[in-house]
Design a protein around this ligand. Structure first.
Ligand code: C2E
Ligand code: CA
Ligand code: CA
Length: 715
């Protein structure tokens, strides 16, 4: 056996090196991955004296949101940008790693001022990224000490330091200290004391006022829980809420805060103060409790608080992906008269579509998420798009986390007047809010649907604008169209609309045509009637219309669309409408007997088949056109199959068997078939039944057919 050639060995070595690289490095950024870091860090750390190395750990605040807003490709680009920044600052003897997802680690061989300089440069360079949103990172830093820690031990401490500032836009880095570890209440300690702390009244409600920035009136407040710990002072909800959500205590706490709110409002009313509505936060774990609404009502009645003073705040994430369940609860709340608010809109999972499908009354927009970058104002444009969309949906918007006059003025300029934030007030104790109610004028939050928006100047019509992105990415199938004196014109349709239609058409194809040309006269009238109804009532209207669509590649097809139409704007005699649509062609075809019958008729004509439909519940039979013609049957036979037997279509010797079939159909047999000699002439037919069941599995209908048995076929 001959040995390997040098060439082969070199190739093998290359392959091994490549494999090793794949194992140790991250595909997206080219940095070390977690495995790579573990392998490479150990030898470096072992030889280094304490304090020589520092471990920097950070992630990108709301990276998921960036991914959602701008797409995965943008997300990857951002990750590569971060990698680039780290590599640029990296010196020999230092390691940079993508620890996973949006988490990065740098093992830096620097101390003191040098280390601080590195931290500042990383944060500064990351911030200079061109994306529309400010890229915020919270970094935790662990400096090695005499204590010999493993790499993972070091990471844990950096993560701990980071967790103290996580979510903050102002404090971007935090050094690990031993006190930090000691000060930190650990989870078990919290769980151990929570119930007694609640009983002792150490959880208190603070209230953050909400103002109308256009006139300075107080319009509402939000109750926010505070834990006044006897030794540790005020503890932020950010620390204990996640723990209480895990162990279920949150529901007790939230109900307690709600009760405190009721008590406070009662007290103010008794003192003759003008009260504003107060919102309470409810966690997703609360609202799906079967007796959630009943418990609210019980407390509300106990304190005899009129329902208009109590609002229910639910986070966006509690609503998404729960299907109809969230709506059920919201409906129940509405029936009792509660105004419901969507908290943290824009926190990352937001989809404007959710707004359309969920019947919430107020949106709370988190400004912190849209923190504006001075270099460009895409964040601002997104806010105005969202505010405009919300307006079109008739939803008032409360902007939260407003810290500066500039922000407030900007919000006012785009028509969002309701503001909650440090600019006006931090959350305050009960006594302070009471004082405020004594002093200030009180206003109300109004729905802001306007019908006089000057939509000609809106950048909505520009295909590259953010609002277009939102329209295309975050909304279901939808179209904007204009109505002017009996004439319709599509202005924009989104990609999902085109997909829903299922024809390979472009927006241009659709816009160029006359929308009414898709309809026949009857359907055109249905559609126009819906529009007139919207104009007359100002309310959303739904209609179902059939239309025939032609496309160059798919030919023509008839489809039925269900449209929910609402008025967006009006200028002189031109009206702008928004329609969300759903293709219901398939449903229609299934349930429209007429269509089925028509199809059967034409099929039967061609194939020597007789069809009928038997209603199992009513024992009614509807024959096809051919049965009526050839056998002289009326369009509807009752108490079937008796009339067919009496009339001699089914011969007497088959009568009992045929009756037995109908009993079996009622019992849910899925299909039946036999050769039966039919008519007085006893011509052999292949007779079949296929049963249709409803959603609960009950048989409802059976479709019968009789095919002439021709020699050689159907033995
Ligand atoms: P959230 O519901 O979004 O409440 C708004 C948070 O933003 C509050 O933080 C408030 O103090 C803070 N904030 C208000 N204006 C500004 C501002 O101008 N700048 C900055 N940087 N922050 C501002 P807080 O009170 O620490 O509450 C944090 C979160 O904890 C709340 O966020 C909410 O999700 C949760 N939470 C608070 N109280 C309760 C409660 O009673 N029940 C439940 N389930 N969750 C609660
Ligand atoms: Ca809230
Ligand atoms: Ca919020």
């Amino acid at each position: 056996m001959s040995g390997h050639s040098e060439q082969e060995i070199a190739r093998l070595q290359q392959i091994i090196a490549d494999l090793q690289h794949q194992v140790e490095y991250d595909d997206v950024t080219g940095l070390l991955n977690s495995k790579g870091l573990l392998i490479k860090a150990q030898p470096l750390l072992q030889q280094a004296p304490s304090g020589e190395y520092a471990l920097l750990y950070f992630d990108v605040l709301r990276f998921k949101a960036i991914n959602d807003m701008f797409g995965m490709a943008e997300g990857d680009k951002l990750l590569r940008h971060i990698a680039y920044v780290l590599q640029k600052l990296q010196q020999p003897g230092e390691l940079v790693c993508r620890w996973g997802a949006d988490r990065f680690i740098m093992l830096a061989q620097r101390q003191g001022a040098q280390l601080q300089l590195l931290v500042d440069s990383i944060l500064e360079n990351l911030n200079g990224y061109g994306l529309s949103l400010e890229i915020v990172c919270n970094m935790g830093i662990y400096v090695t000490t005499a204590e010999q820690l493993s790499l993972t031990g070091m990471i844990d401490r950096a993560v701990l330091a980071q967790s103290q500032i996580k979510g903050s836009y102002t404090k971007k880095y935090n050094y690990y200290t031993e006190e930090l570890r000691q000060n930190l209440l650990d989870e078990q300690e919290i769980v151990g004391m929570m119930a007694t702390e609640l009983e002792k009244g150490h959880f208190v409600a603070y209230y953050q006022p909400q103002y109308d920035h256009s006139n300075g009136l107080l319009v509402g407040a939000e109750a926010l829980v505070r834990w006044q710990h006897p030794e540790r002072g005020l503890i932020s909800p950010a620390i204990f809420i996640p723990i209480f959500e895990k162990n279920g205590f949150i529901t007790r706490l939230d109900m307690y805060i709600f009760e405190e709110t009721c008590r406070f409002i009662r007290k103010c009313l008794d003192k003759g103060l003008r009260v504003v509505p107060i919102s309470t936060n409810f966690s997703r774990y609360d609202i799906y409790q079967p007796d959630f609404v009943e418990r609210l009502e019980e407390l509300r009645r106990e304190y005899n608080v009129p329902v208009q003073y109590l609002r229910v705040e639910i986070t966006e994430t509690a609503i998404i992906g729960t299907g109809e369940k969230a709506n059920e609860i919201i409906n129940k709340l509405h029936q009792c008269g509660y105004v419901t608010e969507m908290d943290d809109f824009g926190s990352g999972y937001s989809s404007l579509n959710v707004l359309r499908n969920i019947d919430l009354d107020v949106i709370k927009l988190d400004m912190l998420f849209f923190a504006k970058n001075e270099k460009n104002d895409k964040g601002g444009t997104i806010i105005s798009s969202v505010v405009r969309m919300a307006k079109w949906l008739g939803l008032p918007v409360i902007a939260e986390g407003v810290e500066t006059v500039e922000q407030a003025d900007f919000l006012r300029s785009i028509g969002c007047n309701y503001i909650q934030g440090y600019l006006y007030s931090r959350p305050v104790p009960e006594a302070d809010l009471e004082q405020l109610l004594r002093e200030v004028s009180v206003g109300v939050i109004k729905s802001t649907l306007k019908t006089d928006v000057d939509f000609t100047t809106a950048n909505f019509w520009q295909p590259s604008s953010e609002i277009t992105t939102i329209f295309n990415k975050y909304m279901g199938p939808a179209a904007f169209f204009e109505y002017c004196e009996g004439r319709l014109e599509y202005l924009r349709v989104n990609q999902k609309y085109l997909q829903e239609i299922g024809m390979n058409m472009s927006e241009q194809d659709l816009i160029q045509g006359d929308p009414l040309a898709f309809f026949d006269e009857e359907n055109s009238q249905i559609f126009l009637d819906a529009i007139y109804k919207v104009l007359a009532t100002g309310r959303e209207q739904a209609c179902e219309t059939w239309r025939e669509i032609h496309s160059s590649c798919c030919g023509s097809e008839k489809l039925c669309l269900r449209s929910n139409i609402q008025l967006v704007a009006k200028s002189a005699n031109i009206y702008l409408f928004f329609a969300s649509v759903r293709n219901v062609t398939h449903d229609k075809q299934l349930c429209q007997l007429e269509t089925v019958e028509k199809r059967f008729m034409s099929a039967a004509e061609q194939a020597n088949i007789y069809f009928w439909e038997y209603n199992i519940l009513t024992k009614e039979m509807r024959p096809c056109f051919r049965c009526m013609r050839d056998l002289g049957l009326p369009p509807l036979l009752t108490n079937y199959p008796e009339p067919a037997i009496e009339g001699g279509i089914f011969p007497p010797d088959y009568a009992d068997m045929y009756r037995e079939w109908h009993r079996q159909l009622a019992e849910g047999v899925p299909s039946l078939e036999a050769i039966i000699p039919l008519t007085p002439n006893r011509i052999p037919f292949h007779v079949r039944y296929t049963t249709e069941f409803d959603a609960t599995g009950q048989p409802i209908k059976a479709y019968g057919s009789a095919t002439l048995v021709v020699d050689g076929e159907d033995k």
